[in-house]
Design a protein around this ligand. Structure first.
Ligand SMILES: Nc1nc2c(ncn2[C@@H]2O[C@H](COP(=O)(O)OP(=O)(O)OP(=O)(O)O)[C@@H](O)[C@H]2O)c(=O)[nH]1
Length: 220
């Protein structure tokens, strides 16, 4: 395992990047959510994403700076083909997005989760569910209760938000802050295990899984 990841100084290093991938159907607002978080604005116009777009932001969690790189992926199949495997391989956190005004984007979440699992993204990689476009109140098709049930069944937190409404920008931040926070906790947990020198903890159990941050084995 890479020793530097256990070093708390490295964990605090703002240049040490955590990659978060944003996936979901085309047009659900992945680009707008990413721009709202990284740039604080809502773009007047967006083009369909081709492959993957990268944006970065350094966030502070309990006094520690963590650099978050957000990978905004194409929702359209024809624009995804070549990129999927490479990006899934290096991911530290996943944001699944659906459009609260479009039931089909919610139904399709199953396919996105399957794709994620098929590409061997460990279940220990933190995942969150985001219902976007909550500002379109009169058009909502996906009730919160249904989304909550789905989120619970898949062990994810649910965020309902709007990339468009500036009053919701804190909620958009919360999505990524939540993931960054969980990643930070994960690093601390792994470091504690490493310090305790517990070989038993790090091997020999069918319940062990790979750590999302450092690739080391860790308890589920
Ligand atoms: N009302 C409303 N519209 C939104 C919101 N977020 C995005 N949109 C609109 O939805 C459309 C699609 O937004 P994008 O962010 O480009 O969607 P995407 O998921 O990145 O689409 P792909 O790149 O094709 O995968 C645009 O017209 C946005 O203006 C929101 O919170 N509220």
């Amino acid at each position: 395992m890479p020793a530097h990841l256990w070093d708390s100084a490295a964990a605090r290093d703002p240049t040490h990047c955590r990659q978060i991938i944003v996936i979901g159907d085309s047009n659900v607002g992945k680009t707008c959510l990413t721009i709202r978080f990284c740039g604080g604005t809502f773009p007047r116009q967006t083009e369909a994403t081709i492959g993957v777009d990268f944006r970065e932001k350094t966030v502070e969690i309990e006094g520690e700076r963590i650099k978050v790189q957000v990978w905004d992926t194409a929702g359209q199949e024809r624009f995804r083909k070549s990129m999927v495997e490479h990006y899934y391989r290096n991911v530290h956190g996943v944001v699944f997005v659906y459009d609260v005004t479009k039931m089909s984007s919610f139904v399709n979440l199953k396919t996105w989760i399957e794709e994620c699992n098929e590409h061997a993204v460990s279940l220990t990689v933190p995942r969150v569910l985001v219902g976007n476009k909550c500002d379109l109140e009169d058009l909502i098709q996906v009730p919160s209760s249904m989304a909550l049930k789905f989120a619970d069944a898949h062990n994810m937190l649910l965020f309902e938000t709007s990339a468009k409404d500036p009053k919701e920008s804190q909620n958009v931040d919360a999505i990524f802050m939540c993931l960054a926070c969980r990643l930070k906790l994960w690093v601390i947990l792994c470091a504690a295990r490493q310090r305790s020198g517990s070989a038993r903890l790090l091997s020999g159990s069918a319940r062990l899984r790979a750590c999302a941050v450092c690739g080391a084995a860790a308890m589920k």
